[in-house]
Design a protein around this ligand. Structure first.
Ligand SMILES: CC(C)(COP(=O)(O)OP(=O)(O)OC[C@H]1O[C@@H](n2cnc3c(N)ncnc32)[C@H](O)[C@@H]1OP(=O)(O)O)[C@@H](O)C(=O)NCCC(=O)NCCS
Length: 145
């Protein structure tokens, strides 16, 4: 298995994982546009299928936002998301990014734990109509290399 940048050929696998992972999935065109940003994938070297992906966008003032992380349900709990996060943080550091943010559903315990283990801290709450629709913004400050 390995992490690499995504290409157009990966988009069908990514869209399938997305559909299995989110109630309001991005479609093919969204991911196609995301290729202009940073889209990395985790590939199963035996099947050559993409089993996880992460999308990040660099913004102004040395800031980046992680837009998406997902792992195929059959491949979860094998530290694939942890590896994807580690890889993206290295890439962002090399680009001179200092602050990384991610919005996460308050009820998504597995994602919150994943980000906390990578060093992210809850910075603010974005209240919605009910608690199960509210979000945390989690932040990580990258050390300058
Ligand atoms: C969240 C998600 C990306 C985690 O992927 P993963 O590859 O299974 O995660 P990892 O194996 O790297 O787990 C890292 C840590 O996250 C936490 N975690 C992962 N799955 C968990 C679960 N089902 N319950 C509780 N904690 C969990 C654990 O703390 C775990 O650390 P550990 O391995 O020391 O126990 C995956 O569950 C997923 O795709 N979910 C649907 C999409 C989603 O919610 N994405 C995040 C949107 S913000």
């Amino acid at each position: 298995m390995g992490i690499r940048s995504a290409t157009k050929k990966d988009l069908d696998d990514i869209v399938e994982i997305e559909r299995l992972s989110f109630p309001d999935p991005w479609d093919y065109n969204y991911f196609n546009a995301a290729l202009r940003n940073i889209l990395i994938v985790y590939e199963d070297y035996e099947t050559k299928k993409v089993v996880g992906y992460l999308v990040a966008v660099c913004c102004k003032q040395n800031r980046a936002v992680i837009m998406k992380v997902a792992v195929h349900p059959e491949y979860r709990n094998r530290r694939i998301a942890t590896e994807l996060l580690k890889a993206i943080l290295e890439i962002l550091k090399e680009k001179g990014i200092e602050d990384v943010e991610i919005d996460v559903d308050m009820m998504n315990r597995s994602a919150i734990e994943l980000y906390e283990k990578a060093g992210f801290k809850i910075a603010r709450t974005i209240p919605m109509n009910s608690e199960d629709e509210s979000f945390y913004t989690m932040k990580l400050r990258l050390a300058k290399s």
